[in-house]
Design a binder for this molecule. Structure first.
Ligand code: SAM
Length: 222
C-alpha cells in the first residue's frame, strides 16, 4: 500500500494529547483511507483479508462465527467471501455492543461466555461451523499484566467455544497478545488442530503486541 503525504495537526486545541495523537494516526493511516475507499466500516477488515488471502479459510457456502464482531469489519469480509447475502454461507456475529447490520449476517448482542448467549449463537448457526473467528479484545485497565491475563482468558474461552461448535476439519482464528503467557494455549491448539500458524498482518499496527493464531484442521471434540 503506497504511503500518502503525511497530515500534521496544526493545533491540538480542545483535544487531549492522546486524542490528538489518535487523530493524527487515523489521518495518516493508509488502511483507514483504503477502508473508506472500498466501503469497509473499519481498517480491521484488512487484517482478516490478509489472513484469509494467505491461509484460505473463507469459501462460498461456509458457516462462520465471528466473536467480538463490532463494528463489523471482519463480519463484512466474512459475509462477502462466504456469499452469505446470496443465501449460500452463514455468518453469525456476536459482540457486547450493538453492531450495525451487515447484509447476510445474523448479529447478536451479548457476552458469548453467558450460557444463554452461547445457546443463541448455536441456534442462529443451526449446525456446526466451518470457521470460528475471534478478534476480541477486553477493555484495557492500563495495568499491563492484568490486561495480558484478561486477553489470554478471553482467547482460551474462545477456544473452548470453538471446540463446541466447530465441524471436524474446521478452522479457528484468535487474537492473542505476545508476552501474554500463551504457551499452554498454544500446546492445546496444537493438540486439537492439524496445523497451527502465527500471523501478524501488515494492517496490525507495528507497535501493537497483537498477533493472530490460525489453527486449521480441527480434529473433532472428544
Ligand atoms: C477489536 S474489536 C473487534 C473488531 C472487529 N473484528 C471488526 O472487524 O470490526 C473487539 C471487540 O470484542 C468485543 N468483546 C470483548 N469481549 C467480548 C465478549 N466477552 N463477548 C463478546 N464480545 C466481546 C468488544 O466489545 C469489541 O467490540
Amino acid at each position: 500500500m503506497m504511503p500518502a503525504a503525511r497530515v500534521r495537526l496544526k493545533r491540538a486545541k480542545g483535544r487531549t494529547r492522546s486524542s490528538a495523537a489518535w487523530l493524527t494516526r487515523q489521518l495518516n493511516d493508509p488502511y483507514v483511507a483504503a477502508a473508506k475507499r472500498l466501503g469497509y466500516r473499519c481498517r480491521a477488515a484488512f487484517k482478516l483479508i490478509e489472513i484469509d488471502d494467505r491461509l484460505r479459510l473463507l469459501k462460498p457456502g461456509c458457516r462462520v462465527v465471528d466473536l467480538g464482531c463490532s463494528p463489523g469489519g471482519w463480519t463484512e469480509v466474512a459475509a462477502l467471501r462466504a456469499a452469505a447475502a446470496q443465501g449460500r454461507g452463514l455468518v453469525v456475529g456476536i459482540d457486547l455492543v450493538e453492531t450495525e447490520p451487515v447484509p447476510g449476517a445474523t448479529l447478536l448482542r451479548g457476552d458469548f461466555r453467558d450460557p444463554a448467549t452461547a445457546a443463541a449463537i448455536k441456534e442462529a448457526l443451526g449446525s456446526r461451523a466451518d470457521l470460528v473467528l475471534s478478534d476480541m479484545a477486553a477493555r484495557a485497565t492500563g495495568h499491563r499484566r492484568t490486561d495480558q491475563l484478561r486477553a489470554l482468558a478471553l482467547a482460551e474461552d474462545a477456544f473452548l467455544f470453538a471446540q463446541e461448535v466447530l465441524e471436524p476439519g474446521g478452522s479457528f482464528v484468535v487474537k492473542v497478545f505476545q508476552g501474554g503467557a500463551e504457551g499452554p494455549l498454544l500446546a492445546q491448539l496444537k493438540r486439537a488442530f492439524v496445523e497451527l500458524r502465527h500471523v501478524k498482518p501488515r494492517a496490525s499496527r507495528a507497535g501493537s503486541a497483537e498477533t493472530y493464531l490460525v489453527a486449521k484442521g480441527f480434529r473433532g471434540s472428544s
